[in-house]
Design a protein around this ligand. Sequence first.
Ligand code: ADP
Length: 296
Amino acid sequence: AIAVLGSCNMDVVAFADRAPTLGETVAGRRFATIPGGKGANQAIAAARAGGAVRMIGAVGDDDFGRALRTVLGEAQVDAGAVRASAEPTGIAHIVVDARGGNSIVVIPGANGTVTSLTAADEAIVANSAVLLLQLELPMEAAIAGAAVARRAGTRVILTPAPVQDLPPELLANVDLLAPNEHEIAQITGIDEPREALRAMLEQVPEVVVTLGAEGCVYGARTQGGTLHVPAPKVEAVDTTAAGDTFVGVLAVALAEGRNMQEALRWASAAAALSVQRAGASTSMPKREAIDAFAAL
Ligand code: ADP
């Protein structure tokens, strides 16, 4: 099973030819409210890929919160540990441009109230093969979750986004760090992804850096060199949740005992499928579609 300790947001998305610069107004083409948040996105990606997923987090007592619970339920994510908060549901305010690039403002709301784990949350983490963490909940929650996972032998995968200082007490309990190329450059101050990856291996045992259309590169402290897995060539429409799809599907493959190379290939197939459709959770492929595409 897979536990996700993370954010639930409603993505409020404007589609425009290009994002406005500061002080500028541009005409958009379309608007949508799309359930998201890195936590919910990873949970839904993992569940659609066939994982047994339990989500820990919080939403508000409002329409967005109810919509998020419905979407998690439809994807077969167990949201029993998603608390009802007095704060409003978190929001991600997104602009998607004509090339599928995005810029995002996140307002945490209910997510900000998750500062510790309940006994029930701890049991979920301890009874899972993999714990997925991102940084859209308060840092205390991620630190607590990773510590419980380490004691239980649950494998911890951290998406270090949005980028912030990574406390040593968190990194000490992370097994696999999964940044994109921009995130690892910010964290290490090193622009070249492989070089940054090697530097990061001094702090965590395994790192996978996603490189957008270039695929991903993986390295482990116990192995020399890095493994590059190219991305399938596809027409990208919206890359909003590509990284979350990649990580969620990677977790399923690892929880099933697949080796890292197979798991990375499968996750790359899923992420490539997801960028061909607009939206976050709604663009994530089901297991059969991933298998069919990965076999090509
Ligand atoms: P993020 O979504 O965090 O910005 P990336 O842009 O690196 O992360 O994308 C994550 C993964 O999604 C990549 O490693 C790749 O597997 C897949 N992906 C992203 N963009 C494309 C693309 N244009 N074509 C194929 N796969 C893509």
